[in-house]
Design a protein around this ligand. Structure first.
Ligand code: BTN
Length: 263
């Protein structure tokens, strides 16, 4: 069902957020909630506005991929954050969102979700949720569009995605209500973002490390045209980069790349 006026009001009434969710705008179908949020860039008082859609016709994934956005069964939302953080800190917002997202899914799912670097959420080894951040520089500050997609009640996926995608319903054998998941996520996101602004990224990285099962595993990491093989060790406490112990015994920190779990 598309979100009703009552749904929108209920979500709003459940939020304790300082930044995120000051205003919730619901849509039936949009091209991409990130694109709608982008229209708010530069407008005063729009920080923390949440764009929530029942479906997307051109949902965007990372690295130019599309995000399958079937109506009624998923959560597709974006929010806008205005920040004066230095550019090297801004990319850490995706880690903040990853922690809030995995915790929100685990609040409702019996099957445990885990983070896979940089910001995929996996359930039984398949992708259940993802994060897409886009940045706009505006004079002294930056605006960050944070987009989150969760496969909640999908019963199946197109053939091309079947080996990599799953939903909370498919892994638990249950249907989930979207509204409590959305409100938990937005409240958690707001708290984690506050913690990041006040205390820095370390507490988030501790939570990230606790909510990932990729450490100690053999992985391949592709960056540009190069592929590295080794053991994922942890996320670096200050930077959030992934420390890889390569098969040649060298420790390398990566700030970006695509990871494939080998086992
Ligand atoms: C990924 O590739 O893992 C990122 C997926 C992000 C999908 C969400 S759905 C809501 C928001 N709007 C978009 O177009 N993409 C993000």
């Amino acid at each position: 069902m598309p979100y009703s006026q009552e749904d929108q009001q209920w979500i709003q009434s459940q939020l304790q957020a300082e930044h995120i969710g000051r205003e919730i705008i619901t849509y039936d179908s949009v091209d991409s909630t990130n694109n709608i949020a982008k229209r708010l860039v530069g407008k005063p008082d729009k920080e923390g506005t949440v764009i929530l859609a029942n479906s997307q016709t051109q949902g965007k994934g990372r690295q130019g991929r599309t995000w399958h956005s079937e109506e009624n069964v998923g959560v597709y939302l974006s929010t806008l954050l205005k920040t004066s953080l230095p550019p090297d800190q801004i990319s850490k917002i995706a880690l903040v969102a990853g922690v809030a997202l995995v915790q929100a899914i685990n609040e409702f799912s019996r099957a445990r979700a885990y983070l896979k670097w940089p910001n995929d959420i996996l359930l039984n080894g398949k992708k259940v949720a993802g994060i897409l951040t886009e940045y706009c520089k505006k004079e002294a500050h930056s605006e960050v569009i944070l987009g989150i997609g969760i496969n909640v009640n999908h019963a199946r996926f197109p053939i091309a995605l079947q080996h990599i995608a799953t939903s909370m319903a498919m892994e638990n054998g249950d249907i989930f209500e979207r509204l409590p998941l959305i409100t938990f996520l937005l409240n958690r996101l707001d708290q984690e973002y506050q913690s990041f602004l006040n205390e820095g990224i370390s507490p988030t990285i501790d939570q990230w490390n606790l909510n990932s099962d990729m450490f100690g595993k053999h992985i391949s990491l592709t960056k540009g045209t190069q592929t590295f093989f080794g053991t994922a060790m942890k996320l670096d406490e200050e930077e959030g980069s992934l420390i890889l112990l390569t098969d040649n015994g060298e420790e390398i920190a990566f700030d970006s790349g695509e990871v494939t779990l080998m086992e």
